[in-house]
Design a protein. Structure first.
Length: 370
C-alpha cells in the first residue's frame, strides 16, 4: 500500500466543479489582483478567525514581516521567538530591523516555553512571537501576562494552526496580530502562495494594508514606501471555497490523529503527539518521536510511506544564525527534539486502512530490530 505524506489531489477532486466554475468566473471578470474575490475572502476569513479585520497578502512570510512593520520595529529592537519553528518566524524579525532572541520550547508541545521567556526580556525587548507549531496552540495565558507586565506586543504565528483553539478561543485572537500562511499543504491551502494578517485593531489593520499595497490604500496614493504583497483573485477564490470545508477537514484530521493514537498506544519505542489540556490541536502535522528517527524514516519510505522532518535543524543552530554563537545547552529541548521528530502522513482524506498500515509498519520496524 502506498501512503503519501499528503494528498491534495483527493481534496481537489471533491471540489473540482466549484474550482472550475471559479476559474471561468475570474477569467470572465479579469479579477486577477485583489478585486471582489480578495475582498470576499478577507471578509470570510475575518469571520472564521473571529477577528474584525483581515488583511490578505502574498504569503505567510510576508504576513509576519508586514505585522512587524505595522508595529514599527526599530533597529536593534529585540523580539523573542521559539527555537523550534520554520525560519520565516525569525528571518522576518531581522528583515524588519529587529534582533532575534531565541527561547527554548516545551518538551511536550514543541511550542515556546513561557517559563523561560521572562529571563530573555531586556530593556530592548518589544515583542514576543509565539508559534502554534504543528497545530498545537502555545500556552497563551502566561505569555499575555508577561506582555502586559513589560508592555510588549504579541504576534501569533498561526501558519500551521488554522482553527486550533486555546481554552475555547481560536488562536490568532490573543495577540495584536495573528498571521497565517495558505501555502498549498496547509490545513487551509491555496493552489499557489498566499497569506493573511488578522486583528481587532482598525488602525493596525490599515497600517498593515498600506504596507502590503505599495504604501497606499488607493492606487497612486502612496503614503509610505510599502511592498508589493497582494493576494491574487484565483488564490482568494480557492480559499473561500475551501474555507467552507475547513471545519469538517479539521475534524477529520483530529479523528485521524485519534486513530493513530489508538494504534500506537502500545508502542513503547515511539512518543506520540501530546495535546495539552484546554487546547484543541488542529493536527497540521502528526509528529512522533524516536531515538532511531532516521532509520525509521528510511524504512517507512522504503515501504512507500511519505515522511517529513519538521525541522531537521532547530533555528539557533542554522548557519543563518551562527553569528549568535549558541550551543546545544542553550536550547536543550529544541536541540534534542531536532534529531528525534518525524512527521507521518495525516490529511483529511486519509483512511483507516492507511493509518493502520502506517502504524503497523512502525511497529514492524521496532520489532524486527537486531
Amino acid at each position: 500500500m502506498k501512503v503519501p505524506f499528503n494528498d491534495l489531489n483527493l481534496q481537489h477532486k471533491a471540489i473540482r466543479d466549484e474550482i472550475d466554475n471559479l476559474f471561468n468566473s475570474i477569467l470572465e471578470s479579469s479579477a486577477f489582483i485583489r478585486g471582489e474575490y480578495v475582498e470576499k475572502f478577507e471578509e470570510d476569513f475575518a469571520r472564521a478567525a473571529e477577528r474584525n479585520f483581515c488583511v490578505s497578502c502574498a504569503n505567510g512570510t510576508d504576513a509576519l514581516f508586514i505585522a512587524m512593520k505595522a508595529l514599527e520595529i526599530m533597529d536593534g529592537d529585540e523580539i523573542i521567538a521559539p527555537a523550534h519553528s520554520w525560519i520565516s518566524t525569525t528571518s522576518t524579525i531581522t528583515q524588519a530591523g529587529g534582533k532575534v532572541v531565541f527561547c527554548d520550547t516545551d518538551d511536550k508541545t514543541y511550542t515556546i516555553d513561557p517559563k523561560l521567556i521572562e529571563d530573555k526580556i531586556t530593556p530592548k525587548t518589544v515583542g514576543i512571537i509565539p508559534v502554534h507549531l504543528f497545530g498545537q496552540p502555545a500556552d497563551m495565558d502566561p505569555i499575555i501576562e508577561l506582555a502586559k507586565k513589560y508592555n510588549l506586543w504579541i504576534i501569533e504565528d498561526c501558519a500551521q494552526a488554522h482553527l486550533a483553539k486555546y481554552k475555547g478561543k481560536q488562536v490568532g485572537t490573543f495577540g495584536d496580530f495573528g498571521t497565517y500562511s495558505f501555502y498549498p499543504g496547509k490545513n487551509l491551502g491555496a493552489i499557489g502562495d498566499a497569506g493573511a494578517i488578522v486583528t481587532n485593531n482598525k488602525e493596525l489593520s490599515e497600517k498593515a494594508a498600506t504596507i502590503a499595497r505599495h504604501g497606499g490604500l488607493k492606487k497612486g496614493d502612496h503614503i509610505i514606501e510599502g511592498i508589493n504583497s497582494r493576494m491574487d483573485g484565483i488564490q482568494a477564490g480557492i480559499l473561500s471555497i475551501k474555507l467552507r470545508y475547513l471545519n469538517e477537514w479539521t475534524n477529520l484530521r483530529r479523528r485521524a490523529a485519534g486513530i493513530y493514537g489508538d494504534f500506537l498506544s502500545d508502542n513503547e519505542f515511539v512518543r506520540k503527539p501530546y495535546e495539552a489540556e484546554d487546547r484543541s490541536h488542529s493536527f497540521h502535522l502528526y509528529v512522533i518521536q524516536s531515538e532511531r528517527r532516521d532509520e525509521l524514516a528510511k524504512f517507512l519510505n522504503q515501504n512507500e510511506i511519505g515522511t517529513v522532518i519538521n525541522y531537521r535543524t532547530a533555528l539557533p543552530f542554522l548557519e543563518a544564525y551562527k553569528r549568535y554563537g549558541h550551543s546545544p545547552s542553550d536550547f536543550k529541548n529544541a536541540y534534542t527534539n531536532q534529531s528525534r521528530i518525524l512527521s507521518i502522513p495525516i490529511f483529511p482524506d486519509i483512511n483507516d486502512d492507511q493509518i493502520e498500515f502506517v502504524s503497523n509498519k512502525i511497529r514492524d520496524f521496532f520489532y524486527n530490530l537486531d
